[in-house]
Design a protein around this ligand. Structure first.
Ligand SMILES: Nc1ncnc2c1ncn2[C@@H]1O[C@H](COP(=O)(O)OP(=O)(O)O)[C@@H](O)[C@H]1O
Ligand SMILES: [Mg+2]
Length: 494
């Protein structure tokens, strides 16, 4: 068996798939961790900012409840009493519109900074962050109006707790990431393995298939109902087609050699007999005649075989063009006339009047007519009748060759167009033949987009007919037609 040279392999698909899965899972995992971290950070800051906003509201409510906006001295005293001991007053400072302090927590003095004028602050306030010793503070500055006075409030909260929570969360995520990588690697390996195990099984089986075991060897039938199952089913169908192709080539060779052996043996025997001892001229003539007849049937057989071989190889061309079917039939009848006469068969032709232009390949159509007429001549005993009819109907021409011959048994009828197939009664009648003629005829008909129909009755006769599309309606004037038709009818009667 010839060994196939393979190109140097890339990384196996299994490894490439594993790597791809690993990369995809890892990237997805890392992106998920990052997204979780940023969402947590955002939520914590939103909650913190909300608290700060509420602190400013509380200051507003306190000033409003105690009517402190008009009296700065009372406001200073009451604010100190209210906020000094409160936790949310630790990072609080309040000033009036002139920038005078109303309340300033002592802690604020670690990182003292002035308040901006109320007019520069947006209505919802603005957030700032500043360092106070080792701590980071996030603060909201907001102004509000009360009794025609504008107060600016800054309230803050350390970020220690928030930052610690985020740090813990980040550390947790950093612990998860290696686990994500491990899981991605494992999942990639498992998924690529399970996806490709059937492929390996198919490849293993496919490697075992060769010309010798083609008949029984098939790929495993997968039950997965997925693309791989479809692939193996498709490959099995292809194997079946290849097997039938190989079988038909084998049969073809076997039949062809068998069919050729008989005439070759006849020629050899006849020549040997003739040469064994001196013969009269007449005896030599008879021997040469037998040899000539066998050579002729051999050459017809070879001709058929070559035609089919060319047709199988796609080398046989069919070119459809307008052909005068009436002329072609008339010429064919002229050529066949002698054969029918010699065999004592009454041959007539009934050809439609005028030109009958059909789309056909003239040499192939001629060959098809010859095959069918030759069969009619072969399978019709002396005294019988054969008729060729060409009639044009609405948009097609109908060809028919009918005879009063031996007919074709019902069980053989479906097979007569197969190569080397001959009906039992044809063999029994010792009529020479190879069984290739109708196979050629069927090929020609198929390439003219038509089909040969057979009607037959054993002992009564057969008729072979087919249609071809007309190019244009018959062009000869109708009154000239009967005369021509009559002419043809009489000419071929024996
Ligand atoms: N006109 C006919 N009358 C009876 N049998 C026919 C006729 N034409 C074809 N057959 C049958 O079809 C078979 C196949 O025909 P064909 O392919 O031309 O092979 P063959 O070389 O035997 O003529 C013949 O062997 C014969 O049994
Ligand atoms: Mg034949």
């Amino acid at each position: 068996m010839a060994t196939v040279r393979r190109a140097p392999m890339q990384l196996p698909i299994r490894i490439r798939l594993s790597i791809s899965y690993f990369v995809i899972f890892s990237v997805a995992g890392v992106l998920l961790c990052c997204a979780a971290y940023f969402m947590a950070q955002r939520s914590l800051y939103i909650a913190l900012d909300h608290d700060l906003d509420e602190h400013v509201d509380d200051v507003h409510d306190f000033f409003a409840a105690h009517n402190l906006a008009n009296d700065i001295d009372r406001a200073r005293v009451e604010s100190a009493a209210e906020f000094e001991l409160k936790d949310d007053g630790k990072w609080l400072q309040i000033a009036d519109e002139q920038g005078r302090w109303i309340y300033r927590a002592r802690r604020m003095l670690i990182a003292p900074h002035d308040m901006p004028p109320a007019s520069t602050l947006p209505p919802k306030g603005s957030f700032i962050e500043f360092g106070a010793g080792a701590k980071k503070v996030r603060a909201l500055r907001r102004a509000f109006k009360l009794d025609d006075h504008t107060l600016v409030v800054e309230t803050g909260s350390t970020l220690t707790k928030t930052d610690q929570t985020l740090l813990d969360f980040r550390n947790g995520l950093l612990l998860i990431v290696p686990a994500v990588f491990l899981m991605a690697g494992f999942a990639g390996h498992v998924m690529s393995r399970s996806a490709l195990t059937p492929v390996a099984a198919i490849a293993r089986e496919a490697q075992r298939i060769h010309e010798g075991n083609l008949k029984n060897a098939r790929l495993p039938q997968l039950k997965t109902r997925d693309e791989l199952a479809h692939l193996s089913a498709t490959l099995n169908e292809m194997l079946e087609r290849i097997e039938s192709g190989v079988r038909s080539v084998r049969d073809f060779t076997a039949y062809a050699s068998h069919e050729l052996r008989t005439p070759v043996a006849m020629i050899r025997t006849e020549a040997d007999l003739a040469l064994q001892q001196p013969r009269t001229n007449l005896e030599y003539r008879e021997a040469i005649e037998v040899i000539g007849a066998e050579a002729q049937s051999m050459s017809a057989l070879l001709d058929g075989l070559l035609f089919l071989a060319r047709a199988d190889a796609g080398a046989e061309q069919v070119q459809l063009e307008p052909v005068d079917a009436r002329r072609l039939c008339a010429q064919t009848c002229e050529k066949c006339r002698r054969i029918f006469q010699r065999r004592g068969i009454d041959f007539s032709a009934r050809l439609s009047p005028g030109r009958v232009m059909v789309m056909a390949d003239a040499p192939h159509l001629q060959r098809l007519l010859n095959i069918v007429l030759e069969n009619a001549a072969k399978y019709t005993p002396a005294g019988g009748r054969v008729e060729l009819t060409l009639e044009s109907a609405f948009d097609s021409a109908r060809f028919e060759v009918s005879d009063t011959g031996i007919g074709i048994p019902l069980m053989d009828r479906p097979h007569i167009f197969e190569r080397f197939r001959r009906a039992a009664n044809a063999r029994d009648a010792h009529v020479n033949g190879s069984g290739l003629g109708l196979a050629l005829a069927a090929w020609i008909a198929a390439h003219h987009h038509t089909q040969i129909e057979v009607v037959s009755d054993v002992g009564a006769g057969s008729s072979f007919s087919w249609h071809l599309p007309l190019v244009s309606p018959p062009s000869l004037p109708a009154e000239t037609a009967p005369a021509q038709e009559e002419l043809l009818l009489t000419r071929f009667r024996s």
